[in-house]
Design a protein around this ligand. Structure first.
Ligand SMILES: Nc1ncnc2c1ncn2[C@@H]1O[C@H](COP(=O)(O)OP(=O)(O)OP(=O)(O)O)[C@@H](O)[C@H]1O
Ligand SMILES: [Mg+2]
Length: 420
């Protein structure tokens, strides 16, 4: 009886392993560990009323391309791992995100973040609205669903932390700060060498209802303000951290992994958004930390040995979940409006850089440039060899002339001697 049960379990375990492998390969095959999705929001009422047109064009058959109509009416082409059109809903976005988030159950650290100009839908993508929930809630829902379906083989414990980085300060969004002054949180290195935030609330969650209540509580205390570009602008980076502890019921193996879901504060150029005073200070902190994040991602993508994680609280905190064999997904959020063309091109160029360096074609491009460089060098060398030969000929002819002059000189000296 026990032997049959064990046999069935073993069979299930093997099936499960191969399915997991298949899913894992699906993720890996998706061009390395850094992936970029682009999402374009619809034109809003104000833009329509002001007569701004859409500059974003999508190929109906191509799900990973978009074109931006430039001011000189030329078209700029961009390619990403997936491009979401204005009419694509939260469900479509999550369908593409799902394989990445669920790899946290296999013990991988994952980091997903939404990047882009203020008012382009970062918070909409990650947090969503009660009727139209975003990646955060859907992820937890999916994690519960998956852990349930694997419950005969694996035992999972899920806990959630929520914090914001506001003006380079870390604030716990789940702490009951009714009458106590907020606790100062810092990033510290643990004995195992991982980055931790001691004192951060880690709330265990058991079902989707519990999660929704928790998320609502955190969202409610996040720092938002209003800028000329967005009524409800996020002035902080909001990080939702899901910790997954897994125990394999067959071989007793344990895993602990993190999934970070990051809604960044809006990247905007000071000046355009008419910010001043406190808002200006916030903007400067936001821009500084976003460029630190950009530097980290660029360093990771180009595989340099030094990754500047410590240049900002945000990157320092994400250190264990960015790079290495962690999975990173960036949503580059854009506006379709002609009024935002400059910012849109900036974001898309940054995102292309992130994606391009990592994936195949760009590497090839790097090879092409190497090839070109050596070709140029060879030509230069040839040219220099010619020049050297010319100089050598010159020297030779000068030496001949010198010898001739010396000869004449000696003849003259002989004459002088004879006259005397
Ligand atoms: N894909 C979308 N479909 C419908 N509405 C959207 C979409 N994306 C964004 N919006 C709406 O646009 C407005 C601005 O979006 P959101 O607040 O998410 O921008 P943000 O990028 O988080 O800006 P900030 O950087 O200022 O925080 C919101 O009212 C949001 O509901
Ligand atoms: Mg926001």
């Amino acid at each position: 009886m026990a032997a049959t049960k064990l046999g069935t379990l073993e069979k299930q375990y093997l099936e499960e392993s191969s399915e997991r492998k298949r899913l894992y390969n699906e993720v890996i095959e998706l061009k390395g560990n850094i992936r970029v999705f682009c999402r374009c929001r619809p034109l809003n009422q104000a833009e329509i009323a002001n007569g701004f047109a859409s500059v974003a064009e999508f190929e109906p058959t191509q799900e990973n391309e978009l074109q931006i109509l430039s001011s000189d009416s030329s078209k700029k082409h961009f390619k990403f791992d997936h491009v979401f059109k204005p009419e694509d809903g939260q469900e479509a976005v999550f369908a593409q995100t799902k394989p990445i988030v669920t790899s946290v159950l296999d013990g991988y650290n994952v980091c997903i973040f939404a990047y882009g100009q203020t008012g382009t839908g970062k918070t909409f993508t990650m947090e969503g609205t009660p009727e139209n929930r975003g990646v955060n809630y859907r992820t937890l829902e999916e994690l519960f669903r998956c852990s349930e379906s694997k419950s005969h083989l694996m035992k999972f414990e899920l806990s959630v932390s929520m914090l914001e980085v506001y003006n380079e300060k870390i604030r716990d969004l789940l702490v009951d700060n009714s009458n106590q002054p907020p606790k100062k949180l810092e990033v510290k290195q643990s004995a195992e060498g991982t980055q931790e935030v001691p004192g951060l609330v880690e709330a265990q969650v058991y079902n989707t209802d519990g999660v929704w209540d928790l998320l609502k509580k955190g969202y409610a205390v996040r720092s938002v303000g209003s800028t000329a570009a967005n009524e409800q602008s996020s002035r902080s980076h909001c990080l939702l951290r899901v910790t997954v502890k897994g125990e394999n019921l067959i071989n007793g193996q344990r895993t602990r992994s993190h999934l970070w879901l990051v809604d960044l504060a809006g990247s905007e150029r000071v000046g355009k958004v008419e910010v001043e005073g406190e808002r200006l200070k916030e903007s400067q902190f936001i821009n500084k930390s976003l460029s630190a994040l950009g530097d980290v991602i660029a360093a990771l993508a180009s595989k340099t040995s030094h990754i500047p994680y410590r240049n900002s609280k945000l990157t320092h905190m994400l250190q264990n979940s960015l790079g290495g064999d962690c999975k990173t997904l960036m949503f580059v959020q854009i506006s379709p409006s002609s009024a935002d063309l400059g910012e849109t091109l900036c974001s898309l160029n940054f995102a292309s850089r992130v994606r391009g360096i990592e994936s195949g074609p760009a590497r090839k491009q790097a090879d092409v440039s190497e090839h070109l460089k050596s070709k140029q060098m060879a030509e230069k060398l040839k040219h220099e060899e010619k020049e050297t030969k010319k100089l050598q000929d010159n020297v030779q002819s000068l030496q001949l002339r010198l010898t001739a002059r010396e000869h004449i000189c000696r003849g003259l000296q002989d004459k002088v001697v004879r006259f005397n």
